[in-house]
Every structure is written in C-alpha cells, then in structure tokens.
Design a protein around this ligand. Structure first.
Ligand code: ATP
Length: 366
C-alpha cells in the first residue's frame, strides 16, 4: 500500500538578511509519525517549524500538508495543533474555556464543546481541573492543558516546540512518557522540536539532525545512534570517547589505526574512503568499553592498558575514567557486577570490539 505523506518539505530555504538559516531542507513525514528536529541552539529547528506552522514563509522551496501546497496559506487554515515552550494559556479563562477556545472560534455548538473538552481533559488525565484558572495549576499541569488545547480540534498535524523545556527534570520525564502515550493512542502526525537528544530518541519514529541550518541526517533513533552519517551526529547523540590517530593500513573494509598514544586499533571503514597516513578522529562509546576478562577478550580485538583516574558512582552504574597515554577514556561498570572494585592509580586492561569504533577524517583541534 502506498505510504500516506502528511507533511512534505521540498528544497525549503530560509534566509534572514544574507544569513541562510535553513538550507535545502527536504523531508517527508508519514501519517502518524512523530518526527523530531534535533540540533544545537541556532541550527534552524524553530525557523523550520514556524514555516510549517505558517508563521514564516520560505524564501525558496515548497511546503505541502496532506499533498496541498501551503506556501502563503495562513496558519489558521493549516489544520494544526501547536504547543510551545511557554504555556501560553489565557490567564483570564478557566481550563475548560482555554481548551474549548479553538472550538468556539470554529463556532461549534456549546454542548459539543463541553463534550469534546471533557474527553480531551480525560485524555491528559486532568478532568478535575476544568474550572480552575491557569495560575492555580502546576507547570506540568499547564503544559498538559496546552497539549489538550492543541488536540481538541483533532488537527491533522501537531507541532511541538520544546514543550518540556520549562519543566524540572522529574516532571519533564513524566510528561515525556505522557506525550508518547498520547501520540501513539491518537496517532496524530507530530513534529517535535528539541535540543535534548534523549528526548528525541525516546519520542520519535524518526529524527532529523540539524546543524547550522543543514540536515545532517534523517533516520530512526537506532540508525542515528548506530549508523551516524557524520562526526557531528555521532558526537551530538550520546557520549563518546575521542582519540586522535592516523590510518596505518586499509585492508578491505577494515582500517588499522595508530592512536597518538601509540596503540594499534582496528575499525570498520563503514563505506568511507581513507588513505594511509590520513589523520583521523577515532570514537568509542563508554558503554562499548569493557574491563578485560577472559570472556570479553575472546570477541574483542581492540585492547589498551591504562591507569584509573577517577570513579563516580551513579546508581545503576559506576563511571570510570582511565588514562591511556595522552587520552582519557570513560567507561561504565554495572554496579551489581563489581562494587567499588577499582581504585585511582590502579592499572586496568580495557577492550572493545572493532565494530564499535567510529572513524572520521581529520582531527579536531584541542
Ligand atoms: P534554539 O534551540 O536556540 O531555539 P533553533 O535551532 O530553534 O535554536 P532558530 O530559532 O530557528 O534556531 O534560529 C536559527 C538562526 O536564525 C539563528 O542563528 C537565529 O539567530 C536566526 N534567527 C531566527 N529568527 C530570526 C529573525 N527573526 N531575524 C534574524 N535572525 C533570526
């Protein structure tokens, strides 16, 4: 069956003066998907969302919603629900009035408004606050109401701009779970702007990673994490240890590398071209590094010896920094496995599989 595309961006570009802040943006969002725009501050996430919302016009390119060209169509004719970072509820209206406002504008009958507001408040699990005013709600409750208000018109597209970033850590996590449940329950096509990679991994069916107005990669959370298209994507998503080195040999798809600290490593080339003597940045994630044991040794072909610098107990695991020549590698020990078994100054052998190493051309200047 043909895929149903709810949102399409075709070569969309936006400039402010001579500054190109969104460049050649191409994307298709399928019906029911939750797609995140992820990237550092200033990369163009909000500008892109604002073009989809109709608050800004692209300078070039086309924007389609449900197959219809939307360039020049006002925001209120785009059938959208929107939630922003700030709660943006009307302070002089009750929760029920706030949530029902969009329906009132559409001249829906009073009885139907009451019914639909009741339903959507049930959906966000806040039916008991209908008669309160926004100032009588907590931050988390206000944001749930903002979500209810965005959903009450049953929009074909839900746009969320950092809706969790004003909440404290615990509430943020709670509302994140709630958003995922809601999005899946209703199946509304959603575009979510965030600079928080964990939030993007958690909520999205696909992630668009942006840097300086350019799309670096579009992929599922798994693809973004495990098959990063660039050094930027690899380092923006999750923690990673970086070592500098050079390519010593290219053997088919396998690279033999020499780190600046003098260790020899192997790594897959991942279809990138490298030449002998080329300076490279070498990455391995903390969770892929293991303390040397007889078992681990059997399947790992990258080994290094170093001295423990620091250990930090973090509940589920202990994070450990090890000095390996000029480099410091961070790795994790499952707490249940070995309680406080490493001491600063101790010599340890670390290993990891070559397939867990990522290599990118060039070296980053310190
Ligand atoms: P943040 O996470 O900080 O909100 P963002 O990725 O959403 O960042 P945008 O708000 O889209 O980034 O901004 C992209 C770039 O465009 C930034 O360099 C910003 O300074 C610039 N910019 C945004 N709006 C305007 C404007 N109205 N006039 C001029 N420059 C703007």
């Amino acid at each position: 069956m043909a895929k149903s595309i709810d949102v399409e961006l075709l070569n969309v570009q936006k400039k402010f003066g001579s500054n190109v802040v969104v460049d050649n943006f191409n994307l298709q969002v399928e019906k029911g998907e939750c797609v995140s725009f992820l990237g550092p501050s200033g990369c163009g996430k909000t500008t892109t969302l604002n073009m989809i919302a109709g608050f800004l016009e692209p300078d070039q390119g086309d924007l389609l919603i449900k197959g219809k060209r939307m360039n020049g169509v006002p925001s209120n004719k785009r059938d959208l629900g929107m939630v922003f970072q700030t709660y943006s509820l009307f302070p002089h209206m009750t929760v029920a009035e706030n949530v029902g406002y969009g329906l009132k504008l559409r001249k829906v009958a009073k009885a139907e408004i009451a019914e639909r507001v009741g339903k959507v408040l049930e959906l966000v699990k806040l039916p008991h606050v209908a008669d309160r005013y926004p100032k009588q709600l907590s931050g988390g409750q206000r944001q749930r109401i903002a979500i209810a208000r965005a959903l009450v018109t049953e929009p074909s597209l839900l746009l969320l701009d950092e809706p969790l970033s004003n909440l404290d850590a615990k509430l943020r996590e709670e509302l994140r779970d709630e958003l995922k449940r809601l999005q899946q329950e209703i199946g509304v096509t959603t575009i979510f702007v965030t600079h928080d990679q964990e939030e993007a991994l958690y909520l999205s069916s696909r992630i668009v990673v942006l840097d300086h107005g350019k799309v670096e990669q579009i992929g599922t959370p798994w693809e973004i994490y495990n098959r990063p298209a660039s050094e930027f994507v690899h380092t923006f998503i999750g923690k990673s240890n970086r070592m500098q080195g050079v390519v010593e040999q290219v053997q088919g798809d396998t690279l033999v590398l020499k780190t600046a600290s003098g260790f020899t490593l192997q790594a897959p080339s991942r279809e990138r071209r490298f030449s002998i003597g080329e300076p490279v940045s070498i990455y391995v994630r903390p969770e892929k590094i293991h303390l040397q044991t007889a078992d681990a040794r059997a399947e790992s072909n990258n080994e290094m010896q170093g001295r423990v610098k620091l250990t930090s107990f973090l509940g589920a695991y202990t994070e450990c920094e090890v000095e390996v020549g000029h480099d410091v590698l961070t790795f994790r020990i499952e707490t249940a496995e070995q309680e406080a078994s490493l001491a600063a100054g101790q010599t340890v052998n670390l290993n990891w599989k070559s397939e867990d190493v990522f290599v990118f051309s060039g070296q980053v200047k310190e």
